[in-house]
Design a protein around this ligand. Sequence first.
Ligand code: GLY
Length: 282
Amino acid sequence: KKSTGKKPLVISTWDVGINANKAAWKILKTNGRALDAVEAGVMVTEAEKVNCCVGLNAYPDRDGHVTLDASIMDEYGNAGSVAFIERIKHPISVARLVMEKTPHVMLAGSGAQQFAVEQGFPLEPDKLSDEAEKAYQEWLKKSEYKPVINIENTKGQNAFAPAYLNDGLLNHDTIGMIAIDAQGNLSGSCTTSGLAFKMRGRVGDSPIAGAGLFVDNEIGAAVSTGVGEEVMKVCGTHIVVEAMRSGMQPEDACRFAVERIVKRNTAEKIKDIQVAFIAIDK
Ligand code: GLY
């Protein structure tokens, strides 16, 4: 779509993003900073009681543990992220502290958890939500060694998932959010439990700057959702922002990045892959 130039503005992935947008909007409409808005926004999704793919109530890896990835970028091009973090309710806030309080961009695994605890985040119980436990027990019956990829059918359900994954559960994956505030500054956030029943230790695109999230305050911001492996292999959000730099409108830039993924896959393989980008320009 052609830019309207209206600001502030916030957008995020999937329908569940609407509640997250509301929380972000409270900050943006009172002239708050985009960075605060994108953190507060996705925290709503991270705290949801029933959620397949974000936060501690999401589906576990194939060993039965929920492991989370998150990243955040501000208007100065600073980035912070956590990968493979466990038992922390708000990985996005830990990612922000990595950005603001450490000389690093990414902390992973037990080191990320240790940093979170040192910063005062409580260590949550190592226990699956009832919904996740149910789905995990079902999955264990076959233990198909294949992460479930989120591809919507016409009912908005995962076309490739066994029925129990769609039963009464919201079907989406990563929440990614990007915003421009009243001052014209951009920020973005991204948080996920990754692919359901993934291999232990698997990390997706969401905590990787330039893959799952990229913000350049001179140009625009982009965030992705879908099969992280495909997004990582092309540095997806970096492509989107660089395409906007070369003059493309946000929607065309997103299409350009998707086409790059399509091009490097066979027609047979691409049928099993869903990836999406959202973007806003300066
Ligand atoms: N896009 C989220 C993931 O692949 O983990």
